[in-house]
Every structure is written in structure tokens, then in C-alpha cells.
Design a protein around this ligand. Structure first.
Ligand code: ADP
Ligand code: 5GP
Length: 182
């Protein structure tokens, strides 16, 4: 059976990655999402095993020492990582796998899996990014500041990606993503 392909979606917090991901998972057959582990606390409405596997720092450190992660990174004061085995199993089954991870993680994946396709989602402007992040009402002022500062660093790395999608009009951005994956 033909093996699946690995797609990695990155971009600053609030740019619309989650929105694009949901649309892609609804629209595209044989595309599965790899649920990451994080030490971040669940936001209201988030459920363990749906958005993330929410784990303690101790558990995360243990999984690092057991070499269970394909990649992991320290992002906005917490750890986030992709469990390797689940990704490998899905690819072997012939499914395409979508990761939604930060830039440091994406570059680690590319080093280990050369045929991974890296897709960067960019905002039409930093002002619009801030508007979206504020509009989402999920972060404290402090957390939002950290995310906006990190956004500038992340944007400077977009040239390392195979594709850059500017998420201005949502439908057009979804269509661009669909074309890359299909
Ligand atoms: P991320 O997962 O990158 O942090 P989200 O998907 O949570 O971002 O999107 C952040 C906010 O921006 C959400 O309120 C979402 O509805 C909104 N959003 C996403 N894409 C667009 C777009 N193209 N135009 C306007 N608002 C958008
Ligand atoms: P949030 O806390 O808003 O859900 O995610 C914060 C950041 O962590 C986002 O940029 C998201 O892409 C990134 N992230 C989520 N899961 C992973 C992961 O498994 N690995 C890495 N490196 N980053 C991740």
C-alpha cells in the first residue's frame, strides 16, 4: 500500500491555523490529525484527547527521556510535542497526517523526515493578527503579549517553509491548503 504524506502547518498564534485545520479535516478524506501533548492547562471547553493530550511536566519530561517524541518544543512558556508512533502508524496505513505545530518543531520534523511538506500560515498584517487574537478571548493580556512577540520571530522563519498561505480571505486560504494536500 502507498504510504501517506506528512503535512506540517505552522504560523503565529491567532492566524487561523485551527480554523483551517478543521476545514481541511472535514473536507479531505484520508487526512488525519495528530493530537499533540502539552503541559499547557486546558482552556475552557477543551477536552483531554480532543484538542491535546494534557499532561504534567513530569510526564512530558519522562516521554522526552523515553524518546517518544518526533519533535517537541518550549512554546509560550509550555512544552508541546508530537508523539512519533502514532504518526508512523497512520502513514503506514496510507493516511495523510496533519501536524499543527510551532516553527521550531516544524524544522525538527523536516530534518528527520525530508519528504514532510511544510506549510506556513501568515496573517495579512500584524494588526489583523492582534485583532484576531483579541477577538478570540482565550488569552490573558500577558499571554497575548507573549504570543505577539513570538509572532514576529515566527514570521521571520517563513522562508524555510515549502508553502506560505496568507490567511486573508478564509475560503481562499482553505482552497489553497486543499490544493497543496490533494
Ligand atoms: P490559531 O489556531 O492560529 O491560533 P484560530 O484558528 O483560533 O487561530 O483563529 C483565531 C481567530 O481568528 C478565530 O476567532 C477565528 O475565527 C478567526 N479567523 C480565522 N481565519 C480568519 C480569517 N481569514 N479572517 C478573519 N478571521 C479569521
Ligand atoms: P495553543 O496553546 O494556542 O494551542 O498553541 C500554541 C502553539 O503551540 C501553536 O503555535 C501551536 O502550533 C504549537 N503547538 C501545538 N502542538 C505542538 C506540538 O506538538 N509541537 C510543537 N512544536 N508545537 C506545537
Amino acid at each position: 500500500m502507498k504510504k501517506g504524506k506528512l503535512f506540517v502547518l505552522s504560523g503565529p498564534s491567532g492566524v487561523g491555523k485551527g480554523t483551517l485545520r478543521e476545514r481541511a479535516l472535514n473536507d479531505i478524506k484520508n487526512l488525519v490529525y495528530s493530537i499533540s501533548c502539552t503541559t499547557r492547562k486546558p482552556r475552557e471547553g477543551e477536552i483531554n484527547g480532543v484538542q491535546y493530550w494534557f499532561v504534567t511536566r513530569e510526564k512530558f519530561m519522562e516521554d522526552i527521556s523515553l524518546n517518544l517524541f518526533l519533535e517537541y518544543a518550549h512554546v509560550h512558556d509550555d512544552f508541546y510535542g508530537t508523539l512519533r508512533q502514532n504518526v508512523i502508524d497512520e502513514l503506514e496505513k496510507g493516511n495523510n497526517v496533519l501536524l499543527e505545530i510551532d516553527v521550531q518543531g516544524a524544522l525538527q520534523v523536516k530534518e528527520k523526515m525530508d519528504d514532510a511538506v511544510l506549510i506556513f500560515v501568515a496573517p495579512p498584517s500584524v494588526e489583523e493578527l492582534e485583532r484576531r487574537l483579541r477577538g478570540r478571548h482565550t488569552e490573558s493580556i500577558e499571554a497575548m503579549k507573549t504570543r505577539l512577540t513570538n509572532a514576529v520571530n515566527e514570521l521571520s522563519l517563513k522562508d524555510k517553509y515549502d508553502y506560505v498561505i496568507v490567511n486573508d480571505n478564509l475560503d481562499s486560504a482553505c482552497e489553497e491548503l486543499r490544493k497543496i494536500i490533494l
